[in-house]
Every structure is written in structure tokens, then in C-alpha cells.
Design a protein around this ligand. Structure first.
Ligand SMILES: Nc1ncnc2c1ncn2[C@@H]1O[C@H](COP(=O)(O)OP(=O)(O)OP(=O)(O)O)[C@@H](O)[C@H]1O
Ligand SMILES: [Mg+2]
Length: 242
């Protein structure tokens, strides 16, 4: 299995005045193409710090990050922005949708930076919204959607550019149980169709839907567990909004 991600002694500390706060203290792992992996750990253990590094939203202060074989650890922020746009789909806990844009426009937005023609952008965005079951809501603004629907728009936006890897930081953290399960089912479908998915979660139940769990504590990796039989959401239960 080819690796899409490899990190070696990856570290990130934050400077607070004269003090260095080590958030991540040298972690090592590989993620293969098509894996679905949960990152777990107590509050403050470095999960978001790690995901932001993997998502090229931030740069390490030590070690190396190879994304699709390329060392991206020392790229400039402009270079990282390009890599992020081409290779990463990021899903946020609070959705991060632009309130003045429709669902479809939100999904199209990252494609604009790729220099795609309007027609091609529209086609990719509609296809991604269709994949999350929201074509009938494409002209709604975020305020006119439920939390679960907003998160599905967030997932469509992450998907539309066919990224190498989809990263999600507590994607079900703001959702009620039913909407959370819906979103989780969507990640399972993406995984089943061959996408690589990494998600940060506090919830053991959510993590057990993944094939593997990486555990952090105090910025150190303390576990890497392969699940032989991940939990599966009940198939066919997904209700596409009428
Ligand atoms: N921008 C920052 N400046 C200074 N310290 C930070 C910053 N971001 C995170 N930290 C510190 O780094 C450590 C790891 O934070 P991080 O946000 O990665 O934790 P987390 O595992 O995602 O926690 P949570 O479950 O609460 O989201 C914490 O001690 C935190 O206080
Ligand atoms: Mg966090």
C-alpha cells in the first residue's frame, strides 16, 4: 500500500513570550492510501496541532512531513496554500462556511483558486453536493440549513477538488446524535469509495468506525491500534432530504 502521509519526528511548539510550549513532541507514523484513521487523545494533547500540520495550515518547528512523497515541512506559506488547495480537503468542527454564499457557491469557492473554468467548477461542485445528498438545497445559504446539512456542505467542499486526503477536526462535535451519525456515514461512504480520511474525535464510538486509531497524550503518540472489524453504520439508513 502506498503511503499518502508520512511523518518523522514531527514537532510543533508555540512561543508564548519567553516560553516555548511544546504541543507536539516528535511523532512518527505513515498513513496508506485509502485508510480511514481516527486521531484521539485528551484535550490539549495536540490533535488539532497535528491535523493543522497535516492539512498544511501550519508548519512544523521540527521533523518532517511527506505528503504524497514530497517533503512539505519547509515550504513557504504561499507554497503551502497551493499544496493545500490541490491535495487537502479540510472539514471543520464549526463548518467554516461563508454566510453570504449559497451552498453551491461555498463548494465552488476553493475551485476558483485552481483556475478552473466556471462551467467545470459548477459541474464538480454539483457532483460533490449530489454525493452528500444536498442538490435540492444548493441555493440555500448556511443560515437556512440545519447543522448536519451545513456540515455536509463542508464535506462537499472538501470533496469537490478530489483531494489526496480528507482531514476532519471533530466533524461531529457540534451535531446532535442523529446528524452526527449521518455525517459519520458519509465519511464511511467516502472511505468505501477509496478516499483517505483522517478524523480527530473525542468519541470512542466514532473512532471505532475507523480502521485504525492513533492516540496522543501531551504531544506524544502513545498508541497506534488497527481495528480488525471497525463498526459499520447501518447501510441504507441514510435519509436524503426530500
Ligand atoms: N496558537 C497557540 N498558541 C499557543 N499554544 C497553543 C496554540 N494552539 C495550541 N496550543 C497549545 O498546544 C497544546 C495542544 O493544543 P491542541 O489544540 O493541539 O490540542 P487538542 O488535542 O486539539 O485539544 P482539544 O481536544 O481541546 O481540541 C495545548 O497545550 C494548547 O494550549
Ligand atoms: Mg482540538
Amino acid at each position: 500500500m502506498a503511503d499518502v502521509i508520512q511523518v518523522k519526528e514531527l514537532a510543533r511548539s508555540y512561543r508564548m513570550g519567553s516560553v516555548e510550549v511544546p504541543a507536539l513532541r516528535g511523532v512518527n507514523f505513515r498513513i496508506g492510501v485509502g485508510e480511514m484513521v481516527a486521531i484521539m487523545g485528551p484535550s490539549g494533547s495536540g490533535k488539532s496541532t497535528l491535523l493543522n500540520l497535516l492539512g498544511c495550515l501550519d508548519r512544523p518547528t521540527g521533523g518532517h512531513y511527506y505528503l504524497a512523497g514530497e517533503d512539505v515541512s519547509r515550504k513557504t506559506s504561499d507554497e503551502l496554500a497551493e499544496i493545500r488547495n490541490a491535495r487537502i480537503g479540510f472539514v471543520f468542527q464549526n463548518y467554516n462556511l461563508l454566510p453570504q454564499l449559497t451552498a453551491l457557491e461555498n463548494v465552488e469557492l476553493p475551485l476558483i483558486y485552481r483556475g478552473l473554468r466556471a462551467g467545470e467548477r459548477r459541474r464538480l461542485a454539483e457532483s460533490a453536493l449530489g454525493a452528500v445528498g444536498l442538490m435540492d438545497r444548493r441555493n440555500h445559504r448556511p443560515m437556512e440549513l440545519s447543522g448536519g446539512q451545513q456540515q455536509r456542505v463542508g464535506i462537499a467542499r472538501a470533496l469537490a477538488g478530489a483531494p489526496d486526503v480528507i482531514l476532519a477536526d471533530e466533524p461531529t462535535g457540534n451535531l446532535d446524535t442523529a446528524s452526527g451519525e449521518e455525517v459519520l456515514r458519509l465519511f464511511e461512504e467516502l472511505h468505501a469509495s477509496g478516499r483517505t480520511v483522517l478524523l480527530v474525535t473525542h468519541d470512542e464510538e466514532v473512532a471505532h468506525h475507523c480502521g485504525r486509531i492513533l492516540r496522543l497524550r501531551d504531544g506524544v503518540q502513545i498508541g497506534d491500534e488497527a481495528l480488525s472489524e471497525p463498526l459499520r453504520s447501518k447501510s441504507g439508513a441514510r435519509e436524503v432530504d426530500a
